[in-house]
Design a protein around this ligand. Sequence first.
Ligand code: FES
Length: 578
Amino acid sequence: MNTIKIMIDGLETEVVKGTTVLEAARDQGINIPSLCYLKGVNHSSSCRVCVVEVGPRLIASCTLIAEEGMKILTNTKKVRDARRTSVELLLSDHDRECLSCSRGGGCELQTVSNDLNIRKVTYTGEQSSREKDYTSPAILRDASKCILCGRCVGACGTVQTVGAIGFAKRGFDTVISTAFGRSLAESTCVNCGQCIMACPVGALTEHENISDVWNAIADPGKYVVVQTAPAVRVALGEEFGMPVGTRTTGKMVAALRRLGFDKVFDTNFGADLTIMEEGTELLSRLSSGQNLPLMTSCCPGWVKFMEHNFPDMLDNLSTCKSPHEMEGAVIKSYVAGKLGIDPQNIVVVSIMPCTAKKFEGAREELSHENMQDVDWVLTTRELAAMIKEAGIDFANLKDEAFDNPLGIGSGAGAIFGTTGGVAEAALRTVFELTSGKPLDTVEYTVVRGMSGIKENTIELPDGKQIRTAVVHGLGNARRLMEAMQRGEKSYDFMEVMACAGGCITGGGQPIVDAKTSEKIDIKAARAKAIYSEDEAQTIRKSHNNPFIKVLYEEFLGEPNGHLAHELLHTHYTVRSKY
Ligand code: FES
Protein backbone atom coordinates (compact mmCIF):
# COMPACT_ATOMS: atom_id res chain seq x y z
CA MET A 1 0.00 0.00 0.00
CA ASN A 2 1.32 3.36 -1.00
CA THR A 3 -1.09 5.31 1.19
CA ILE A 4 -1.68 5.66 4.92
CA LYS A 5 -4.54 6.93 7.06
CA ILE A 6 -4.13 9.78 9.52
CA MET A 7 -6.49 11.93 11.60
CA ILE A 8 -6.30 15.70 11.24
CA ASP A 9 -8.49 17.64 13.67
CA GLY A 10 -10.67 14.56 14.14
CA LEU A 11 -11.19 13.88 10.44
CA GLU A 12 -9.70 10.80 8.87
CA THR A 13 -7.75 11.33 5.66
CA GLU A 14 -5.69 9.14 3.38
CA VAL A 15 -2.34 10.42 2.17
CA VAL A 16 0.52 9.11 0.09
CA LYS A 17 3.40 7.70 2.16
CA GLY A 18 6.14 10.30 2.61
CA THR A 19 3.71 13.24 2.72
CA THR A 20 4.49 15.81 5.38
CA VAL A 21 1.80 16.80 7.86
CA LEU A 22 1.94 20.36 6.47
CA GLU A 23 1.20 19.10 2.95
CA ALA A 24 -1.53 16.75 4.17
CA ALA A 25 -3.24 19.52 6.14
CA ARG A 26 -3.04 22.00 3.29
CA ASP A 27 -4.54 19.39 0.95
CA GLN A 28 -7.49 19.31 3.36
CA GLY A 29 -7.83 23.09 3.12
CA ILE A 30 -6.26 23.72 6.52
CA ASN A 31 -4.04 26.76 6.21
CA ILE A 32 -1.15 26.00 8.57
CA PRO A 33 1.12 29.07 8.53
CA SER A 34 4.77 28.67 7.59
CA LEU A 35 7.80 30.89 7.15
CA CYS A 36 11.13 29.10 6.89
CA TYR A 37 9.76 26.26 4.77
CA LEU A 38 10.23 26.57 1.00
CA LYS A 39 9.63 23.36 -0.88
CA GLY A 40 12.78 22.01 -2.50
CA VAL A 41 14.86 24.87 -1.09
CA ASN A 42 14.75 24.97 2.70
CA HIS A 43 13.49 22.34 5.11
CA SER A 44 15.29 23.50 8.25
CA SER A 45 12.30 23.68 10.66
CA SER A 46 13.83 26.72 12.28
CA CYS A 47 10.96 29.18 12.65
CA ARG A 48 8.48 26.88 14.49
CA VAL A 49 5.55 28.80 13.00
CA CYS A 50 3.98 25.65 11.52
CA VAL A 51 3.75 23.67 14.77
CA VAL A 52 0.93 21.20 15.35
CA GLU A 53 0.01 19.03 18.34
CA VAL A 54 0.78 15.33 18.08
CA GLY A 55 0.12 13.62 21.40
CA PRO A 56 1.71 15.72 24.13
CA ARG A 57 4.21 17.38 21.80
CA LEU A 58 4.31 20.47 19.58
CA ILE A 59 6.09 19.51 16.36
CA ALA A 60 6.97 21.48 13.23
CA SER A 61 4.63 20.11 10.58
CA CYS A 62 6.76 21.14 7.57
CA THR A 63 9.26 18.34 8.17
CA LEU A 64 7.04 15.91 10.07
CA ILE A 65 6.33 12.90 7.85
CA ALA A 66 2.82 11.53 8.39
CA GLU A 67 2.65 8.02 9.87
CA GLU A 68 -0.17 5.49 9.87
CA GLY A 69 -2.71 6.32 12.57
CA MET A 70 -1.12 9.64 13.52
CA LYS A 71 -3.49 12.00 15.30
CA ILE A 72 -2.77 15.64 14.56
CA LEU A 73 -4.35 18.77 16.00
CA THR A 74 -3.76 21.99 14.09
CA ASN A 75 -5.99 24.44 15.94
CA THR A 76 -5.74 24.14 19.72
CA LYS A 77 -5.01 27.01 22.12
CA LYS A 78 -1.59 25.50 22.75
CA VAL A 79 -0.83 25.49 19.01
CA ARG A 80 -2.11 29.03 18.41
CA ASP A 81 -0.20 30.41 21.41
CA ALA A 82 3.04 28.73 20.32
CA ARG A 83 2.74 30.05 16.78
CA ARG A 84 1.99 33.58 18.04
CA THR A 85 4.95 33.48 20.42
CA SER A 86 7.31 32.45 17.60
CA VAL A 87 6.10 35.22 15.32
CA GLU A 88 6.12 37.85 18.10
CA LEU A 89 9.73 36.95 18.89
CA LEU A 90 10.63 37.42 15.24
CA LEU A 91 8.81 40.75 15.14
CA SER A 92 10.50 41.95 18.33
CA ASP A 93 13.87 41.97 16.53
CA HIS A 94 12.65 43.02 13.10
CA ASP A 95 12.87 46.43 11.46
CA ARG A 96 9.14 47.17 11.34
CA GLU A 97 9.35 50.07 8.86
CA CYS A 98 6.77 48.21 6.81
CA LEU A 99 5.32 51.29 5.08
CA SER A 100 8.57 51.94 3.20
CA CYS A 101 9.70 48.33 2.79
CA SER A 102 10.25 47.04 -0.73
CA ARG A 103 8.24 43.95 0.15
CA GLY A 104 5.25 45.98 1.32
CA GLY A 105 2.12 44.06 0.40
CA GLY A 106 4.11 40.90 -0.36
CA CYS A 107 5.81 40.22 2.95
CA GLU A 108 5.17 36.70 4.24
CA LEU A 109 6.02 37.71 7.83
CA GLN A 110 3.36 40.41 7.70
CA THR A 111 0.83 37.95 6.23
CA VAL A 112 1.53 35.36 8.93
CA SER A 113 1.40 38.02 11.62
CA ASN A 114 -1.99 39.21 10.35
CA ASP A 115 -3.30 35.67 9.99
CA LEU A 116 -2.32 34.97 13.61
CA ASN A 117 -4.14 38.11 14.73
CA ILE A 118 -1.04 39.68 16.29
CA ARG A 119 -1.93 43.27 17.11
CA LYS A 120 1.01 44.25 19.26
CA VAL A 121 4.46 42.95 19.99
CA THR A 122 4.81 42.26 23.69
CA TYR A 123 8.50 41.40 23.68
CA THR A 124 11.02 44.22 23.83
CA GLY A 125 14.76 44.26 24.42
CA GLU A 126 18.09 44.38 22.68
CA GLN A 127 18.06 44.54 18.89
CA SER A 128 20.51 42.53 16.80
CA SER A 129 22.65 43.56 13.81
CA ARG A 130 21.39 46.38 11.64
CA GLU A 131 24.01 46.05 8.93
CA LYS A 132 23.14 46.86 5.35
CA ASP A 133 25.31 45.85 2.40
CA TYR A 134 24.82 48.11 -0.62
CA THR A 135 28.11 47.16 -2.34
CA SER A 136 26.73 44.90 -5.06
CA PRO A 137 25.33 46.56 -8.19
CA ALA A 138 22.74 43.80 -8.31
CA ILE A 139 21.57 42.78 -4.82
CA LEU A 140 21.12 44.64 -1.52
CA ARG A 141 21.14 42.94 1.88
CA ASP A 142 19.46 44.47 4.90
CA ALA A 143 20.16 42.48 8.08
CA SER A 144 17.64 44.51 10.05
CA LYS A 145 14.84 42.80 8.10
CA CYS A 146 16.34 39.30 8.16
CA ILE A 147 14.44 36.68 10.17
CA LEU A 148 17.17 34.02 9.82
CA CYS A 149 14.80 31.57 8.14
CA GLY A 150 17.63 30.27 5.93
CA ARG A 151 15.62 30.25 2.71
CA CYS A 152 18.26 32.41 0.96
CA VAL A 153 21.02 30.09 2.18
CA GLY A 154 19.14 27.10 0.73
CA ALA A 155 18.62 28.85 -2.60
CA CYS A 156 22.25 30.00 -2.86
CA GLY A 157 23.96 26.90 -1.46
CA THR A 158 21.75 23.85 -1.88
CA VAL A 159 20.00 24.73 -5.13
CA GLN A 160 22.52 26.92 -6.96
CA THR A 161 25.66 25.48 -5.32
CA VAL A 162 27.11 28.99 -5.26
CA GLY A 163 27.34 29.14 -1.46
CA ALA A 164 28.10 32.85 -1.33
CA ILE A 165 26.10 33.26 1.90
CA GLY A 166 25.60 31.16 4.99
CA PHE A 167 24.92 31.32 8.71
CA ALA A 168 27.69 32.87 10.81
CA LYS A 169 28.21 33.46 14.56
CA ARG A 170 26.00 31.96 17.26
CA GLY A 171 22.92 32.62 19.36
CA PHE A 172 21.64 36.18 19.43
CA ASP A 173 24.56 37.28 17.20
CA THR A 174 23.66 34.86 14.39
CA VAL A 175 23.68 36.50 10.97
CA ILE A 176 23.58 35.51 7.33
CA SER A 177 27.01 36.40 6.02
CA THR A 178 29.42 35.94 3.16
CA ALA A 179 32.69 34.08 3.75
CA PHE A 180 34.93 36.07 6.15
CA GLY A 181 32.21 38.73 6.40
CA ARG A 182 33.22 40.30 3.09
CA SER A 183 30.87 42.55 1.20
CA LEU A 184 28.59 40.87 -1.32
CA ALA A 185 30.49 42.62 -4.12
CA GLU A 186 33.72 40.91 -3.03
CA SER A 187 32.10 37.49 -2.64
CA THR A 188 31.50 34.66 -5.10
CA CYS A 189 27.88 35.79 -5.51
CA VAL A 190 26.86 35.45 -9.18
CA ASN A 191 23.97 37.93 -8.75
CA CYS A 192 21.30 35.46 -9.93
CA GLY A 193 18.91 36.85 -7.32
CA GLN A 194 17.44 33.48 -6.38
CA CYS A 195 18.05 34.51 -2.75
CA ILE A 196 15.67 37.44 -3.31
CA MET A 197 13.04 35.12 -4.75
CA ALA A 198 13.38 32.86 -1.69
CA CYS A 199 13.38 35.61 0.95
CA PRO A 200 9.98 35.93 2.66
CA VAL A 201 10.65 39.50 3.83
CA GLY A 202 12.50 42.58 2.59
CA ALA A 203 16.00 41.54 3.68
CA LEU A 204 17.12 40.93 0.10
CA THR A 205 16.17 43.15 -2.81
CA GLU A 206 17.57 44.26 -6.12
CA HIS A 207 19.83 47.30 -6.20
CA GLU A 208 17.18 49.73 -7.44
CA ASN A 209 17.95 52.09 -10.33
CA ILE A 210 14.48 53.57 -10.71
CA SER A 211 15.50 57.13 -9.80
CA ASP A 212 18.47 56.96 -12.21
CA VAL A 213 16.08 56.14 -15.03
CA TRP A 214 13.55 58.82 -14.01
CA ASN A 215 16.42 61.35 -13.99
CA ALA A 216 17.52 60.32 -17.49
CA ILE A 217 13.96 60.61 -18.82
CA ALA A 218 13.63 64.07 -17.26
CA ASP A 219 16.93 65.29 -18.77
CA PRO A 220 16.13 67.22 -21.99
CA GLY A 221 19.66 66.56 -23.29
CA LYS A 222 19.22 62.79 -23.20
CA TYR A 223 17.56 60.49 -25.72
CA VAL A 224 16.40 57.53 -23.66
CA VAL A 225 15.91 54.21 -25.41
CA VAL A 226 14.40 51.21 -23.65
CA GLN A 227 14.49 47.54 -24.62
CA THR A 228 12.70 44.63 -22.98
CA ALA A 229 13.73 41.00 -22.66
CA PRO A 230 11.37 38.18 -23.74
CA ALA A 231 10.66 36.90 -20.21
CA VAL A 232 9.47 40.28 -18.90
CA ARG A 233 6.28 40.40 -20.98
CA VAL A 234 5.03 37.03 -19.71
CA ALA A 235 5.39 37.99 -16.02
CA LEU A 236 4.80 41.75 -15.74
CA GLY A 237 1.02 41.31 -15.62
CA GLU A 238 1.33 39.41 -12.31
CA GLU A 239 2.34 42.68 -10.65
CA PHE A 240 -1.06 44.05 -11.70
CA GLY A 241 -3.16 41.10 -10.55
CA MET A 242 -3.24 39.20 -13.85
CA PRO A 243 -2.97 35.40 -13.83
CA VAL A 244 0.48 33.81 -14.05
CA GLY A 245 1.39 33.30 -17.70
CA THR A 246 -0.55 36.28 -19.10
CA ARG A 247 1.11 37.81 -22.16
CA THR A 248 1.22 41.59 -21.89
CA THR A 249 3.54 42.58 -24.74
CA GLY A 250 1.34 45.31 -26.23
CA LYS A 251 0.37 46.80 -22.85
CA MET A 252 4.01 46.78 -21.74
CA VAL A 253 5.04 48.74 -24.85
CA ALA A 254 2.20 51.22 -24.29
CA ALA A 255 3.22 51.67 -20.65
CA LEU A 256 6.88 52.26 -21.56
CA ARG A 257 5.83 55.01 -23.98
CA ARG A 258 3.72 56.66 -21.30
CA LEU A 259 6.66 56.57 -18.91
CA GLY A 260 8.47 58.87 -21.36
CA PHE A 261 11.00 56.67 -23.18
CA ASP A 262 11.92 58.07 -26.59
CA LYS A 263 12.10 54.69 -28.31
CA VAL A 264 10.77 51.30 -27.24
CA PHE A 265 12.79 48.45 -28.74
CA ASP A 266 12.58 44.68 -28.37
CA THR A 267 15.50 42.64 -27.01
CA ASN A 268 14.12 39.79 -29.15
CA PHE A 269 15.91 41.60 -31.98
CA GLY A 270 19.17 41.34 -29.98
CA ALA A 271 18.42 37.64 -29.47
CA ASP A 272 18.16 37.18 -33.25
CA LEU A 273 21.46 38.98 -33.64
CA THR A 274 23.00 36.69 -31.01
CA ILE A 275 21.87 33.65 -33.00
CA MET A 276 23.52 35.00 -36.14
CA GLU A 277 26.80 35.47 -34.29
CA GLU A 278 26.65 32.42 -32.04
CA GLY A 279 25.35 30.10 -34.80
CA THR A 280 28.27 31.16 -37.00
CA GLU A 281 30.65 30.64 -34.08
CA LEU A 282 29.22 27.14 -33.49
CA LEU A 283 29.65 26.13 -37.13
CA SER A 284 33.20 27.45 -37.11
CA ARG A 285 34.11 25.59 -33.88
CA LEU A 286 32.47 22.40 -35.19
CA SER A 287 34.63 22.51 -38.29
CA SER A 288 37.84 23.40 -36.42
CA GLY A 289 37.08 21.10 -33.50
CA GLN A 290 38.43 23.74 -31.12
CA ASN A 291 36.96 24.91 -27.81
CA LEU A 292 34.10 22.44 -27.85
CA PRO A 293 31.60 22.35 -26.39
CA LEU A 294 30.56 25.86 -27.27
CA MET A 295 28.80 27.15 -24.15
CA THR A 296 26.19 29.88 -24.38
CA SER A 297 27.03 33.24 -22.83
CA CYS A 298 23.62 34.96 -22.70
CA CYS A 299 23.19 34.35 -18.98
CA PRO A 300 25.36 36.62 -16.79
CA GLY A 301 24.83 34.50 -13.69
CA TRP A 302 26.24 31.49 -15.51
CA VAL A 303 29.13 33.52 -16.95
CA LYS A 304 30.23 34.76 -13.49
CA PHE A 305 29.76 31.23 -12.08
CA MET A 306 32.19 30.01 -14.76
CA GLU A 307 34.66 32.80 -13.98
CA HIS A 308 34.75 31.79 -10.30
CA ASN A 309 34.48 28.02 -10.55
CA PHE A 310 35.73 26.78 -13.94
CA PRO A 311 38.31 29.36 -15.06
CA ASP A 312 40.21 26.84 -17.15
CA MET A 313 37.13 26.37 -19.36
CA LEU A 314 36.46 30.05 -20.10
CA ASP A 315 37.57 29.53 -23.71
CA ASN A 316 34.53 27.31 -24.15
CA LEU A 317 32.16 30.19 -23.50
CA SER A 318 30.83 31.83 -26.63
CA THR A 319 32.47 35.22 -27.09
CA CYS A 320 29.06 36.68 -27.98
CA LYS A 321 27.77 39.45 -25.75
CA SER A 322 24.29 38.77 -24.42
CA PRO A 323 21.32 39.95 -26.52
CA HIS A 324 20.61 43.21 -24.67
CA GLU A 325 24.30 44.14 -24.68
CA MET A 326 24.49 43.50 -28.43
CA GLU A 327 21.39 45.60 -28.89
CA GLY A 328 22.83 48.41 -26.74
CA ALA A 329 25.99 48.41 -28.88
CA VAL A 330 23.91 48.61 -32.08
CA ILE A 331 21.76 51.42 -30.64
CA LYS A 332 24.84 53.49 -29.78
CA SER A 333 26.44 52.97 -33.19
CA TYR A 334 24.17 52.16 -36.13
CA VAL A 335 20.88 53.51 -34.72
CA ALA A 336 22.57 56.67 -33.36
CA GLY A 337 23.90 57.35 -36.86
CA LYS A 338 20.49 56.76 -38.44
CA LEU A 339 18.81 59.08 -35.95
CA GLY A 340 21.59 61.67 -36.19
CA ILE A 341 22.09 61.68 -32.41
CA ASP A 342 25.46 61.84 -30.65
CA PRO A 343 25.71 58.42 -28.95
CA GLN A 344 27.08 60.18 -25.85
CA ASN A 345 23.57 61.60 -25.41
CA ILE A 346 21.82 58.27 -25.77
CA VAL A 347 20.86 56.42 -22.60
CA VAL A 348 20.05 52.73 -23.07
CA VAL A 349 17.80 51.16 -20.45
CA SER A 350 17.24 47.39 -20.42
CA ILE A 351 14.21 45.89 -18.72
CA MET A 352 15.29 42.41 -17.66
CA PRO A 353 13.90 39.50 -15.62
CA CYS A 354 17.30 39.24 -14.02
CA THR A 355 19.35 40.90 -11.29
CA ALA A 356 22.64 39.58 -12.73
CA LYS A 357 22.06 41.77 -15.77
CA LYS A 358 22.73 44.77 -13.50
CA PHE A 359 26.23 43.47 -12.79
CA GLU A 360 26.68 42.61 -16.45
CA GLY A 361 25.61 46.11 -17.53
CA ALA A 362 28.40 47.58 -15.40
CA ARG A 363 31.18 45.29 -16.77
CA GLU A 364 33.95 47.49 -18.17
CA GLU A 365 34.49 45.22 -21.15
CA LEU A 366 30.88 45.68 -22.28
CA SER A 367 31.56 49.14 -23.61
CA HIS A 368 32.69 50.79 -26.79
CA GLU A 369 34.49 54.11 -27.21
CA ASN A 370 34.20 54.77 -23.46
CA MET A 371 30.45 54.27 -23.43
CA GLN A 372 28.73 51.39 -21.69
CA ASP A 373 26.57 49.46 -24.18
CA VAL A 374 23.76 49.58 -21.62
CA ASP A 375 23.48 52.38 -19.06
CA TRP A 376 20.82 51.09 -16.67
CA VAL A 377 19.17 47.74 -16.08
CA LEU A 378 15.79 47.56 -14.40
CA THR A 379 14.09 44.36 -13.30
CA THR A 380 10.51 43.43 -14.16
CA ARG A 381 9.61 44.43 -10.58
CA GLU A 382 11.21 47.86 -10.97
CA LEU A 383 9.33 48.45 -14.22
CA ALA A 384 6.09 47.55 -12.44
CA ALA A 385 7.00 49.99 -9.65
CA MET A 386 7.55 52.80 -12.18
CA ILE A 387 4.23 52.06 -13.90
CA LYS A 388 2.46 52.19 -10.51
CA GLU A 389 4.30 55.36 -9.50
CA ALA A 390 3.22 57.02 -12.77
CA GLY A 391 -0.41 56.13 -12.07
CA ILE A 392 -0.80 54.17 -15.31
CA ASP A 393 -3.84 51.90 -15.44
CA PHE A 394 -1.85 48.99 -16.85
CA ALA A 395 -4.69 46.47 -17.13
CA ASN A 396 -6.73 48.81 -19.33
CA LEU A 397 -3.97 49.97 -21.69
CA LYS A 398 -4.54 49.33 -25.38
CA ASP A 399 -1.84 47.27 -27.08
CA GLU A 400 0.86 49.17 -28.92
CA ALA A 401 3.69 47.94 -31.17
CA PHE A 402 7.45 48.33 -30.65
CA ASP A 403 9.33 51.06 -32.50
CA ASN A 404 11.44 50.17 -35.46
CA PRO A 405 14.04 49.28 -36.59
CA LEU A 406 14.91 47.29 -33.46
CA GLY A 407 11.32 46.37 -32.67
CA ILE A 408 11.20 43.38 -34.97
CA GLY A 409 12.01 40.11 -33.24
CA SER A 410 11.44 36.58 -34.51
CA GLY A 411 9.75 33.77 -32.63
CA ALA A 412 13.22 32.29 -32.15
CA GLY A 413 14.21 35.46 -30.28
CA ALA A 414 11.08 35.18 -28.12
CA ILE A 415 11.93 31.71 -26.81
CA PHE A 416 15.29 32.87 -25.41
CA GLY A 417 13.35 33.51 -22.20
CA THR A 418 12.96 29.86 -21.25
CA THR A 419 15.25 26.88 -20.84
CA GLY A 420 16.01 25.28 -24.22
CA GLY A 421 15.06 28.44 -26.07
CA VAL A 422 18.56 29.53 -27.06
CA ALA A 423 19.44 26.02 -28.24
CA GLU A 424 16.21 25.75 -30.22
CA ALA A 425 16.68 29.16 -31.81
CA ALA A 426 20.28 28.29 -32.75
CA LEU A 427 19.26 24.91 -34.20
CA ARG A 428 16.56 26.51 -36.38
CA THR A 429 19.17 28.77 -37.95
CA VAL A 430 22.12 26.38 -38.04
CA PHE A 431 19.95 23.68 -39.67
CA GLU A 432 18.70 25.97 -42.40
CA LEU A 433 22.04 27.61 -43.06
CA THR A 434 23.63 24.18 -43.40
CA SER A 435 20.96 22.69 -45.65
CA GLY A 436 19.99 25.78 -47.62
CA LYS A 437 16.41 24.52 -47.36
CA PRO A 438 13.53 25.65 -45.12
CA LEU A 439 12.80 23.48 -42.11
CA ASP A 440 9.67 21.33 -42.33
CA THR A 441 8.90 22.09 -38.72
CA VAL A 442 10.56 24.81 -36.67
CA GLU A 443 9.88 23.27 -33.24
CA TYR A 444 12.76 21.32 -31.71
CA THR A 445 10.72 19.87 -28.90
CA VAL A 446 13.58 17.64 -27.72
CA VAL A 447 15.25 20.64 -26.06
CA ARG A 448 12.02 21.80 -24.38
CA GLY A 449 10.67 20.92 -20.94
CA MET A 450 11.75 21.31 -17.35
CA SER A 451 14.15 18.41 -16.79
CA GLY A 452 17.26 19.89 -15.22
CA ILE A 453 19.59 18.41 -17.83
CA LYS A 454 18.40 17.57 -21.37
CA GLU A 455 20.82 15.70 -23.62
CA ASN A 456 20.31 15.09 -27.33
CA THR A 457 22.29 14.39 -30.46
CA ILE A 458 21.00 16.39 -33.38
CA GLU A 459 22.02 15.53 -36.92
CA LEU A 460 22.53 18.36 -39.37
CA PRO A 461 21.70 17.96 -43.09
CA ASP A 462 25.40 17.63 -43.92
CA GLY A 463 25.64 14.63 -41.61
CA LYS A 464 27.41 16.47 -38.77
CA GLN A 465 26.17 15.51 -35.36
CA ILE A 466 25.74 18.06 -32.59
CA ARG A 467 25.81 16.55 -29.12
CA THR A 468 23.72 19.02 -27.17
CA ALA A 469 23.13 19.59 -23.47
CA VAL A 470 20.55 22.04 -22.19
CA VAL A 471 20.93 22.83 -18.50
CA HIS A 472 19.10 25.15 -16.14
CA GLY A 473 19.85 25.88 -12.51
CA LEU A 474 23.47 26.30 -11.46
CA GLY A 475 23.41 23.17 -9.31
CA ASN A 476 22.68 21.12 -12.45
CA ALA A 477 25.31 23.08 -14.37
CA ARG A 478 27.96 22.32 -11.73
CA ARG A 479 27.09 18.60 -11.78
CA LEU A 480 27.43 18.51 -15.56
CA MET A 481 30.67 20.51 -15.60
CA GLU A 482 32.22 18.20 -13.00
CA ALA A 483 31.12 15.15 -15.01
CA MET A 484 32.82 16.66 -18.05
CA GLN A 485 35.99 17.29 -16.03
CA ARG A 486 35.98 13.62 -15.00
CA GLY A 487 35.65 12.67 -18.67
CA GLU A 488 32.21 11.09 -18.20
CA LYS A 489 30.38 13.51 -20.49
CA SER A 490 31.21 15.32 -23.67
CA TYR A 491 29.23 17.62 -25.91
CA ASP A 492 29.50 20.02 -28.84
CA PHE A 493 27.01 22.62 -27.66
CA MET A 494 25.74 23.53 -24.20
CA GLU A 495 23.00 25.97 -23.32
CA VAL A 496 23.12 27.02 -19.68
CA MET A 497 20.74 29.29 -17.81
CA ALA A 498 21.44 29.99 -14.14
CA CYS A 499 17.85 29.97 -12.90
CA ALA A 500 15.50 26.99 -12.83
CA GLY A 501 13.34 27.20 -15.94
CA GLY A 502 15.54 29.93 -17.43
CA CYS A 503 14.96 33.69 -17.47
CA ILE A 504 11.23 33.25 -16.79
CA THR A 505 12.11 32.67 -13.12
CA GLY A 506 15.01 35.12 -13.00
CA GLY A 507 15.79 37.03 -9.82
CA GLY A 508 14.10 40.17 -11.14
CA GLN A 509 10.72 38.63 -11.84
CA PRO A 510 7.59 39.09 -9.69
CA ILE A 511 8.09 37.29 -6.39
CA VAL A 512 5.73 34.41 -5.74
CA ASP A 513 5.18 33.53 -2.09
CA ALA A 514 5.92 30.04 -0.78
CA LYS A 515 2.31 28.90 -0.56
CA THR A 516 1.35 30.10 -4.04
CA SER A 517 4.41 28.47 -5.56
CA GLU A 518 3.20 25.13 -4.19
CA LYS A 519 -0.17 25.52 -5.92
CA ILE A 520 0.81 27.00 -9.30
CA ASP A 521 3.51 25.69 -11.62
CA ILE A 522 5.00 29.12 -12.29
CA LYS A 523 7.72 27.84 -14.63
CA ALA A 524 5.28 25.89 -16.80
CA ALA A 525 2.77 28.76 -17.01
CA ARG A 526 5.35 31.38 -17.99
CA ALA A 527 7.09 28.99 -20.45
CA LYS A 528 3.74 28.27 -22.11
CA ALA A 529 3.26 32.00 -22.60
CA ILE A 530 6.75 32.30 -24.11
CA TYR A 531 6.00 29.54 -26.64
CA SER A 532 2.69 31.26 -27.50
CA GLU A 533 4.68 34.41 -28.27
CA ASP A 534 6.76 32.35 -30.70
CA GLU A 535 3.72 30.77 -32.34
CA ALA A 536 2.12 34.20 -32.80
CA GLN A 537 5.03 35.46 -34.91
CA THR A 538 5.07 35.20 -38.69
CA ILE A 539 8.88 35.20 -38.61
CA ARG A 540 10.13 32.33 -36.45
CA LYS A 541 13.79 32.08 -37.41
CA SER A 542 16.43 34.63 -36.53
CA HIS A 543 18.05 34.72 -39.97
CA ASN A 544 14.67 35.54 -41.52
CA ASN A 545 14.30 38.72 -39.46
CA PRO A 546 14.28 41.32 -42.26
CA PHE A 547 16.06 43.96 -40.22
CA ILE A 548 18.81 41.53 -39.25
CA LYS A 549 19.51 41.21 -42.98
CA VAL A 550 19.50 45.03 -43.40
CA LEU A 551 21.81 45.50 -40.42
CA TYR A 552 24.43 43.14 -41.87
CA GLU A 553 24.06 44.57 -45.38
CA GLU A 554 24.20 48.22 -44.37
CA PHE A 555 26.50 48.15 -41.38
CA LEU A 556 28.00 45.03 -39.83
CA GLY A 557 29.14 43.19 -42.92
CA GLU A 558 29.08 39.49 -42.12
CA PRO A 559 28.48 37.52 -38.94
CA ASN A 560 31.72 37.17 -36.95
CA GLY A 561 33.26 39.79 -39.26
CA HIS A 562 35.58 42.55 -38.08
CA LEU A 563 32.96 45.12 -37.02
CA ALA A 564 30.71 42.45 -35.56
CA HIS A 565 33.63 41.31 -33.41
CA GLU A 566 34.37 44.82 -32.26
CA LEU A 567 30.78 45.58 -31.27
CA LEU A 568 29.13 42.28 -30.46
CA HIS A 569 31.78 40.08 -28.84
CA THR A 570 33.52 40.13 -25.47
CA HIS A 571 36.00 38.34 -23.19
CA TYR A 572 35.96 36.98 -19.65
CA THR A 573 37.86 37.38 -16.39
CA VAL A 574 39.27 34.75 -14.05
CA ARG A 575 37.86 35.37 -10.55
CA SER A 576 38.63 33.95 -7.14
CA LYS A 577 36.98 30.69 -6.14
CA TYR A 578 36.53 31.90 -2.55
FE1 FES B 1 7.95 24.84 9.60
FE2 FES B 1 9.36 27.10 9.81
S1 FES B 1 9.44 25.36 11.09
S2 FES B 1 7.75 26.62 8.44
